[in-house]
Design a binder for this molecule. Structure first.
Ligand code: I3P
Length: 128
């Protein structure tokens, strides 16, 4: 934009509800704990909020609530990982710091869109 506002507020690229479990922290394996999570892709970060159904409608908007956690996508790895779960439509996201997440949706088109969008962001960051 002409006023350069994208440098102040990173563009919100995608947001939606996915099932999420963290499976490793700093390379150390964790016990799975699947939960619905409101997932927001902003700039170079994937930000996780609690399931909006358990909150007031405004509370999960970025800026209005505290994220549960946030993932830096720079250098991250993304792979389909259906062998890591009994659920369908699962991919694994691994950060440079060795944090690993599984993300899942029952809806094929939803998980495909997330996979493709995250892949393009990670590729773009790799080229920078
Ligand atoms: C886990 C739970 C998870 C399951 C995991 C189980 O049991 O059922 O949903 O992962 O399977 O160990 P618990 O609640 O007792 O920890 P999926 O749903 O992804 O299959 P796993 O150990 O084969 O990963």
């Amino acid at each position: 934009t002409q006023d350069g506002s994208e440098n102040i507020t990173p563009e919100l690229e995608k947001a939606g509800l996915l099932n999420k479990t963290k499976i490793a922290e700093g390379g150390r394996k964790l016990r799975k704990n699947w939960n619905p999570s409101w997932v927001v892709l902003v700039g170079n970060s994937l930000v996780f909020f609690k399931d909006p159904k358990s909150q007031t409608p405004s509370s999960w908007k970025p800026g209005n609530s505290k994220p549960e956690s946030s993932v830096d996508l720079r250098g991250a790895q993304l792979h389909w990982a259906n062998e890591l779960s009994s659920k369908k439509n699962v991919f694994r996201l691994r950060t440079v710091t060795g944090n690993e997440f599984l993300l899942q949706s029952e809806t094929d088109s939803v998980i495909m869109e997330w996979y493709n969008t995250l892949h393009s962001v990670i590729d773009r960051l790799d080229r920078e």
